[in-house]
Ligand binder design. Structure first.
Ligand SMILES: Nc1ncnc2c1ncn2[C@@H]1O[C@H](COP(=O)(O)OP(=O)(O)OP(=O)(O)O)[C@@H](O)[C@H]1O
Ligand SMILES: [Mg+2]
Length: 422
């Protein structure tokens, strides 16, 4: 294990906190791959709709998830790439213009144009977390992806700027720091998930990533290889659970179990004659219901959430751009039938998004839709390490740390490339 190449991802969700520790391997800097070394999980109630509401409880879950991951990896880390999401996220496009200094466009010209686009006034209560170049215009030629080397006098860039609320960001950092870790960077959760579950072809053709977590459902739409829209719906798997609590008169814990054991998000999947026994109190007596009733409740709520997502994508004017359909992920997408329902509601193809590509090591441990975000976070971190903007800082447990080759000198020239992966 090369301790300079360790990265940690931390996904603090409304239902659970997940940590993954991985080693960056492969063909650096262009094609880093990650070997999963350790995974840790802890249930939490510290968040409300994706935003930290109880720092102490959040800190406790971080400590547990990180310690479990460290124990499994046999290594400790000092810093993490942490995910952030919620209704406070906003995105906007911004343009920047630069005049071309020489006869052809250089990397410096591109960086100047990008810097102008990035230099937007950000309100006091917001932070800029991602500035993603979309496309360039050289003189009158629009839609250029890589202008370096082209002849022109005027270079215009269009950037996608993502901002988050300062106070949710501050509270998240505080919880991580109190648990004893440094935050390398905050990364938008659906963008992290996109890294782990979407293919380049899907992003090129047009795809909507729909991540159904516990508290929120996050949306990221890609077209022509670029991020075009981000959205958040304030409903998720927890709302499905509460519908079961109210509809069937069971406790929250029992509703979760019923969902996992017998649930389906697409009612036609469940044969009508099947019956299930409901957990009951003495006064309720023995209760049996058709399994299709359970599926009906889950189907209704999931459909309602997908319809909100559909409206959001329609309002962004992108519904006709989803040639590669919809990829559903997040813990709630593990419910059988979720992709069938998504296909019906969006009127496109749909598949389940599960991390897997470009992963080595104990990759089996993250092959489930609830690990999309955390896996994407370590993949993001791996790219950072690969291009040398961050040396992974870890130490082996009970082994004397040996210094690996530093990657700082590796390719500062690839700096802009990192932004290309969204
Ligand atoms: N097998 C399963 N069947 C149905 N639902 C499931 C299953 N596994 C997990 N879920 C649901 O997925 C949700 C948790 O998803 P996830 O772990 O992605 O959420 P989170 O990241 O903690 O929350 P958020 O991203 O909204 O802050 C819970 O509502 C849970 O009931
Ligand atoms: Mg989540």
């Amino acid at each position: 294990m090369n301790i300079d190449r360790l990265v940690a991802g931390l996904d603090i969700g409304s239902a659970k906190t997940t940590a993954v520790i991985a080693e960056v391997v492969g063909d650096l800097p262009k094609h880093p791959t990650v070997n999963i070394l350790g995974v840790g999980q802890a249930r939490t109630t510290g968040l409300r709709k994706g935003v930290v509401a109880d720092i102490e409880e959040t800190q406790r879950s971080i400590t547990k998830a990180m310690q479990d991951a460290e124990r499994m990896a046999g290594a400790q880390v000092e810093s993490v790439y942490a995910g952030i999401a919620g209704e406070h996220v906003q995105a906007m496009t911004s343009t920047g213009i630069a005049s071309v200094t020489g006869s052809e466009i250089t990397k410096a010209d591109v960086e100047r144009a990008n810097a102008v686009a990035r230099a937007q006034a950000i309100p006091q209560d917001r932070e800029l977390i991602h500035a993603i170049p979309q496309e360039y215009t050289v003189d009158k030629n629009i839609g250029i992806r890589d202008p370096i080397g082209m002849i022109g006098t005027r270079l215009e860039t269009e950037m996608y700027l993502v901002t988050i609320g300062s106070s949710p960001a501050m509270n998240l950092r505080k919880a991580v720091e109190r648990a004893g870790y440094k935050v390398n960077e905050l990364v938008l959760e659906p963008l992290a998930s996109a890294l782990s579950v979407l293919t380049d072809d899907e992003k090129e053709l047009g795809v909507a990533l729909v991540e159904m977590g516990a508290g929120t459902t996050d949306v990221a739409v890609f077209h022509e290889g670029k991020i075009r829209h981000l959205g958040t719906i304030g409903y998720g798997g927890l709302n499905v659970t509460s519908d079961l609590v109210h509809g069937l008169g069971v406790t929250q814990a029992d509703a979760e179990k019923l969902k996992e054991q017998y649930g389906a998000a697409f009612e036609p999947l469940v044969p009508h004659h099947e019956k299930i026994r409901l957990p009951s109190t003495g006064a309720q007596g023995d209760r049996e219901i058709p399994r299709s009733l359970l599926a009906h409740i889950i189907h209704q709520r999931t459909q309602e959430i997908f319809e909100m997502v559909l409206r959001d994508i329609e309002q962004a004017g992108l519904i006709k751009k989803l040639s590669a359909g919809v990829v559903v992920t997040g813990g709630a997408a593990a419910q059988p039938g979720t992709a069938d329902l998504a296909s019906e509601i969006f009127g496109t193809g749909a598949r389940l998004g599960v991390p897997g590509e470009f992963l080595g090591g104990l990759s089996d441990s993250v092959q489930s839709p609830r690990f999309s975000t955390v896996t994407g976070l370590v993949q993001y971190g791996a790219h950072r390490v690969a291009i040398g903007t961050s040396a992974g800082k870890g130490k082996r447990i009970s082994l004397s740390p040996s210094a690996g080759p530093s990657m700082d000198n590796l390719a500062a020239r690839f700096k802009t490339w990192l932004q290309d992966f969204w």
